[in-house]
Design a protein around this ligand. Structure first.
Ligand SMILES: [Fe+2]
Ligand SMILES: [Fe+2]
Length: 473
């Protein structure tokens, strides 16, 4: 199916039938394009990557693939098909019909949640804007741009909701989404992880593995929402999100595969691995520690009255809510590890509704661990004993009960100065970052790879690996 380029904003929300909304979005569109030119991938405006574009919500053919200049990409608005007679699946409103309009009393709550989600989408494009210059292959360059344009579409998804359902406030928030910038001293992005620089491809793969996966869990929580337009738009966003996590998962795996090849030749000594031009596993572990711990903060506090009220009101549920036995969660508690105030750990019973962040975070940690186990199988199969590990969720937290607590990656409390002295063992040092950056040399011959990363198992959309995935015009 081809994209209808006559449509300025491809959509399945009958934009043509709502002139006011269409005009408002057509007014926002040039601002978005200005933002893309200024804050999106630098110097690649004439480049034509081979991109997937969402063109409908039909499972069989929801996307089309073609070479396209990124400013000409069609960022469309697509909501998953409306489920007839859908009911609220959790909380105090359980079993009542879902809302097609925003209930007045939930207006500011919903607006804040949509803005916070929306803010992460352009933020990640800003974080990744320099990476094109050091792509290890055309395949990877194409994947970077694929992720970037889809995060752009996710921004459109949230902006659509703001324009369609929140009137003037919504329009103002949509403008502000283009005015905050990742890492900006005066107007930073809302969530801290999205202000961290992503300046090398190892960070990019860790980000797409850990941080895009947080995105998946947030979207899955919203996909349960009683506000049906939010549920439908996030449900469709999830079809795109899967590829972002694949880029991260397979990216890290390819780095490890290349490292293992080098280790077979020169041994495990990190310095020797580095001299041979690969990323030593201890460095990889430190990058993993950094991005995992940062991403954990995105789930919010362990015990949260906000989370409880979102659940009670039917605004934000648990991923795959239908799989839980109890959708009300009025009784019951979850035992959560908390700092005891004396440098130790204590277990606290938190009422279930207040523990929603922790319930979702635990599911996330479990999923993160499955990838790490997969990577460890590669290492073991190559005959080495090193194991990568996820640090404790208490480690290096900036939000929640463990914020600022001095604990090691196993979660054990540390005496005052031990943390600072060992931080370069646990987190990327300036020297690690400089080394990783030194590997980042751009390769732009079709089918060729930089020396620090193994080729992928297969190409995109059943095309061969040496396909020209990006036309560098
Ligand atoms: Fe996204
Ligand atoms: Fe994503």
């Amino acid at each position: 199916m081809a994209i209808d380029y006559r449509q300025r904003i491809p959509n399945n929300v009958d934009l043509a039938g709502n002139q006011t909304l269409q005009r408002a979005l057509e007014h926002w569109q040039p601002r978005f394009l200005d933002w893309w030119r200024e804050m999106g991938p630098t110097d690649f405006l004439a480049t034509e990557p081979y991109l997937r574009t969402a063109i409908s919500v039909d499972r069989a053919g929801w996307a089309s693939f073609d070479h396209v200049k990124m400013p000409d990409y069609r960022w469309g608005i697509f909501l998953a098909e409306q489920e007839p007679d859908r009911r609220i699946g959790f909380g105090d409103e359980f079993g009542k019909p879902v809302w097609q309009q925003v209930p007045g009393e939930l207006r500011s709550t919903l607006r804040r949640l949509i803005v916070t989600q929306g803010d992460t989408e352009p933020a990640s494009v800003e974080q990744q804007r320099l990476l094109g210059h050091t792509a290890p292959s055309l395949y990877d360059l194409r994947n970077l741009f694929q992720v970037n344009v889809e995060e752009g579409r996710h921004l459109w998804a949230m902006v659509y909701l703001l324009h369609a359902h929140f009137g003037r406030d919504g329009r103002e928030e949509a403008e502000a989404l283009l005015e905050r910038h990742s890492g900006d001293a005066d107007r930073p992005r809302i969530l801290n992880t999205f202000n961290e620089p992503v300046e090398d491809w190892l960070s990019f793969f860790m980000f797409t593995y850990f941080t895009d996966r947080d995105g998946k869990f947030q979207l899955k929580s919203f996909a349960e929402s009683g506000f049906d337009p939010l549920a439908r738009t996030t449900r469709f966003m999830l079809t795109e999100e899967g590829y972002h996590m694949f880029v991260g998962d397979s990216g890290v795996a390819r780095v490890i595969r290349r490292t293992l090849e080098v280790m077979k030749q020169v041994g495990e000594e990190p310095d020797k691995v580095r001299v041979a031009g690969a990323v030593d596993l201890p460095t990889l572990q430190r990058y993993l520690n950094f991005w995992f711990s940062s991403s954990l903060d995105l789930f919010g506090a362990e015990s949260s009255s906000n989370a409880a009220s979102y659940f009670a009101a039917g605004v934000k549920g648990r991923p795959d809510e239908a799989n839980f036995a109890d959708h009300l969660c009025r009784d019951g508690a979850m035992a959560i590890d908390m700092p005891d105030g004396k440098g130790g750990v204590t277990s606290e019973e938190v009422p279930l509704r207040n523990a929603m962040n922790e319930i979702v975070r635990s599911a996330y940690v479990k999923e993160c661990a499955s990838g790490v186990a997969r990577w460890n199988r590669f290492i073991a199969a190559a005959g080495f004993k090193t194991e990568l590990t996820l640090p404790s969720p208490r480690f290096r937290r900036s939000a929640g009960a463990w914020a600022g607590q001095n604990v090691d990656p196993l979660g054990a409390p540390l005496p005052g100065e031990a943390s600072a002295a060992r931080s370069s063992v646990w987190l990327p040092s300036a020297e690690d970052r400089a080394f990783v950056k030194s590997l980042m040399i751009r390769v732009s011959e079709p089918g060729q790879m930089a020396g620090w990363i193994a080729p992928p198992d297969r190409g995109v959309n059943e095309l061969p690996l040496d396909y020209r995935y990006v036309r560098l015009n």
